[in-house]
Design a protein around this ligand. Sequence first.
Ligand code: ADP
Ligand code: MG
Length: 697
Amino acid sequence: MEHWSAQGLRYLKGVGPKVAEKLARLGVETQRDLLFHLPLRYEDRTFVTPIGGLQPGQRAQIEAEVMQSGIQFRRQGRSRRVLVAKLGDDTGILSIRLFYFNARAEAQFEKGTRLRCFGEVRSALGDLEMIHPEFEVIDPQAPPPLPQTLTPIYPTTEGLHQLALKRIVQQVVDKLVADGIAETLPQEWLARHDFPDITSAMIDLHRPANRAASELIARQRHPAQHRFVVEELAAHRLALLERRHAIRQRKTPAIAPDTALEQRMLDALPFALTGAQRRVLAELKRDFAAGKPMIRLVQGDVGSGKTVVAALAALPVVEAGYQAALMAPTEILAEQHYRNFVDWLAPLEIDPVNLSGADKGKRRTQKLARIASGDARIVIGTHALFQPGVDFHRLGFIVFDEQHRFGVEQRLALQKKARAGEVPHQLIMTATPIPRTLAMSVYADLDYSQIDELPPGRKPVTTSIVSEQQRASLIERVARACADGGQVYWVCTLIEESDALQAEAAELTYHNLASALPQLRVALIHGRMKPAEKDAAIRAFKDGATQILVATTVIEVGVDVPNASIMIIENPERLGLSQIHQLRGRVGRGARESFCILLVRNNLGDLARTRLDIIRGTQDGFEIAERDLEIRGAGEVLGTRQTGEASFKIADLVRDQAWFGEVEELAQLLQRPQHASERTALLRNWIGTRQDYTDVG
Ligand code: ADP
Ligand code: MG
């Protein structure tokens, strides 16, 4: 009979078709997958903090009574209901705001109810508040006991509440406690390293046994953690190596190194390439000549000049009779690239096409015809490029700009536009400066180049840290800069990963600025807006129609508005340093003296200050990335939150470097034929059907 762990999720309480669909989005389809859906982190809910002792920025648990509550209506485009409540204990008062709630929640916030809440504490105009805490009603006479061990927090997805997910996982953990699952790794290897068996290791992580175990876990010292870290990294490595091997077997366009077109383009360029650009271009041409599919990641800091390298690399492709495609993550960037390409390629009589989602009717038909006939030798565009109906004559080379913005499926969809059986060469460009050691382990399947030099003559951006108290004078400074013809970005951040809350924060700042500065045109852009709305907002800013652009971190990549000279980032301590660096890279592009202002709350901790001092002290993206990596870990550096690429369930490439030796050893052991079944199990458990590892296009 089939083991329970291989069964689907419908046997579990709380899993209907809708929840199953959400779990599938997390890569969870069987009960075993749920076991491997390990906690992301743990929270300490073993104690209650008095409201008087709360600090902004802290995640805390409180117990308090609802003193008043009510629904407020706000009009922001569409009207919206907000549940606002004041909770008090003997030591102070805290506001709660819920933007999404049902009738049941409304009833739970009735005056006089006692609630236990857990959430992030924020300061709002001097008051403390929690937005969307987890909460439960408690009986003041008999409050339920507090947990004795750490509370696991699982990675989840929009619409699937942490508590619901936890209840589902715990059912499977109950079964695990009752009858275990089969070991997946070679016994002698486990014994050699003194690693625990799979069943007890699983139980330990989902349900820490006691305080002692909790403390080991909190310090990342628990043997169960070590076992799974090594396991996961080995699985990752094996999957990447298999993928690379599979791709290298495939047929690819033969491209002779041509230099005639290249020379003509170089002669016409208004600048000389930097040494780093020349070196990377040579690496790309060497790949073409090798006769195997190129998959090369090129990293270069903001402004290092990746685009021109991509254009030059496309020339031998074109010369060999193939088409090259450049895919950008937004219409704005595609348009920017198109204009550059037109300038650069005009002397070569190459006329690129920019295919936009907005192209309709005759214009679209004409462009599609040029692409299908091969007359369009270089095609630039966004996601529009891989839609059905777009047929290439002979696609030989694809450039993905800002690769971390693309999902893997989208990359594969474009690859499939090549001729059957032929894998196009691929160049993936990113501004996210990933330290080389890290890149080599995360992208074991890619070749890797760096443009580690900026073109000469770049103006530095002056970075300063300004405290919340100086907000009013900062707004005056913004007003002066705008009166002087300048433009300003104002970026709002929130630690919560929810788009909705990020958007709330930006909307609030937008309204405050718009009313404080009625003489200026303020615009808003955030991730909840439609793509067309976002592009319109950026275009208006680009054209100078708006002077202040209030944004979430959606504007991080690529946007080029040389007239903008001030970048204000609220609560920058919540971002990865590389992310701040990317945002800062939006200014310092034109003739104006440029500033990046980090607007921080008053009681910034020492660590946060140290981090921001790194940003203030250097403009070298690679240096920042190295230091960021030391402080925060790989996930943020890679910017993987959006795409889930290179995301680990339990491993952390920085923290776990000490285990790389064991990882290598396990990967090698499992490559032996006698361990084929263990290898299969390992890949199934950790990689599953993740297309980014398994599909070679
Ligand atoms: P990124 O690497 O961030 O994508 P871009 O390709 O957009 O950078 O280049 C930034 C700017 O620098 C562009 O205006 C580009 O034309 C210019 N540029 C690129 N290479 C050089 C160079 N070698 N010398 C001077 N300017 C350059
Ligand atoms: Mg770029």
